[in-house]
Design a protein around this ligand. Structure first.
Ligand code: HEC
Ligand code: HEC
Ligand code: HEC
Ligand code: HEC
Ligand code: HEC
Length: 264
């Protein structure tokens, strides 16, 4: 098989599959992140691109939170179940198993496929679905399943924008067009993921099955931080939203990332 890790077309993302399959065993129980803006204050995610609270202040603008999306006053809930909802199953509310976001409209995804793939993806796992629920550009960034109890519903923003370059009042592209603010196009993976790195498939290097792939250092991944989730490759395999220390939240420097897994 011809894996070409240097192929420039790749880089980000991955793929998905049809039909919301819930109840993927190891993520079935929604663990609420216990914390609040104070308890979470040392989390490196604060101040990063995924910290929607205080985005206006950081960017030095007035028109994002409160207009483009609701500021729930608690950064973690844009992804995690709020502590007061501990034990609930988001899936019973149309949410992604284990996460505080709705399942994207999966039927729209075009999946990556290739005759040389060892393990074809059938369905994106919840941890990658979480990322796509914002980065596919179809759902507003503040579309959480549970708003924190401390949030006053009368403060709900008038508009709920998506990571989408479109010039309309539903899209961050209204301003993020490269003129008013930076262009948001590259942040949207879209629903056609055939040009993106495959995801949610079993890592081909497990148990030396495929000589094109290095065996991982531990069942959880590689010593340089590249992480496997139940042996699978997910968005969080290459990225870590909780560690903004590297460019584009990558887990390893771009030059070594691909060769962590691919031997050629
Ligand atoms: C195999 C590793 C890998 C996987 C898996 C992966 N990415 Fe990436 N991602 C990269 C690399 C490398 C870059 C930077 C190079 C580029 O833009 O192509 C990147 C860039 C990005 C960017 C920023 C684009 C920009 O230029 O600002 C976003 C957003 C992103 N990825 C999201 C995702 C999401 C969401 C997923 C899962 C659906 C995902 N990635 C899966 C490696 C990966
Ligand atoms: C953009 C989405 C996102 C946001 C926002 C976010 N997290 Fe996370 N968090 C994740 C993901 C994805 C993981 C899973 C990482 C893993 O298992 O490797 C995670 C894991 C964690 C874990 C480890 C949980 C475990 O079971 O091991 C803790 C603790 C945590 N986050 C706390 C927080 C706190 C506190 C905040 C707010 C300050 C926050 N997170 C904001 C996505 C997010
Ligand atoms: C965590 C391990 C891992 C990392 C890191 C990784 N890949 Fe992959 N890559 C895979 C796996 C697994 C497949 C699917 C192979 C299979 O199942 O046959 C794959 C598939 C591919 C394919 C498609 C090959 C085909 O057969 O169609 C390309 C191209 C690719 N990767 C490029 C890259 C690039 C470029 C990077 C760095 C940005 C990268 N990969 C980083 C594990 C990884
Ligand atoms: C609640 C919505 C939301 C979720 C969920 C989300 N992201 Fe993001 N992400 C964003 C926004 C907004 C940005 C900043 C876009 C910009 O800079 O224009 C961003 C930026 C990024 C970037 C680029 C960072 C940079 O430095 O430019 C990467 C990589 C990324 N996200 C990966 C992920 C991964 C991986 C996940 C899943 C664990 C994820 N995101 C989940 C909203 C989200
Ligand atoms: C009314 C115009 C406007 C809208 C709508 C808007 N933004 Fe912004 N945003 C800006 C301006 C201006 C900046 C500062 C310049 C820049 O970074 O491009 C900015 C900066 C940012 C930054 C960089 C902050 C940092 O950490 O440096 C992110 C991330 C961001 N916006 C995300 C979003 C997202 C996501 C949406 C849609 C939900 C959105 N914005 C909607 C005007 C807007």
């Amino acid at each position: 098989m011809s894996h070409r890790p240097n192929k420039p077309a790749f880089g980000l993302r991955l793929m998905f599959t049809a039909l919301g399959t819930f109840a993927i065993a190891s993520y079935a129980v929604a663990a609420a992140i216990v914390g609040d803006p104070v308890l979470g204050a040392s989390d490196p995610i604060l101040g990063s691109k995924h910290d929607f609270t205080g985005l206006n202040a950081r960017a030095g603008v007035v028109a994002m939170s409160g207009v483009a999306f609701s500021d729930y006053g608690y950064s973690c809930v844009y992804c995690h179940i709020p502590p007061e909802e501990a034990g609930v199953e988001p899936a019973s509310f149309g949410g992604i198993d284990g996460w505080n976001r709705y399942v994207p409209a999966l039927s729209n995804y075009d999946l990556y496929d290739s005759p040389s793939l060892d393990n074809k993806t059938k369905t994106p796992n919840p941890i990658s679905m979480l990322c796509l629920s914002c980065h596919d550009g179809t759902m507003a960034v503040d579309m959480v399943v549970f708003k924190p109890v401390t949030f006053d519903p009368t403060q709900d923003s008038a508009m709920h924008m998506k990571i989408n370059p479109n010039d309309n009042i539903e899209s961050c592209g209204k301003c993020h067009n490269g003129q008013v603010a930076h262009d948001i196009t590259v942040k949207m993976l879209g629903t056609d993921l055939r040009n993106d790195h495959p995801i949610s498939m079993q890592y081909a290097g497990l148990s030396f099955k495929d000589v094109d792939f290095r065996p991982p250092d531990t069942p959880n991944g590689f010593n340089n931080g590249v992480k496997l989730y139940n042996g699978n490759v997910e968005c969080m395999t290459c990225h870590n939203v909780h560690d903004p220390s590297r460019k584009l939240l990558l887990r390893a420097d771009a030059e070594v990332l691909c060769f962590t897994c691919h031997t050629k």
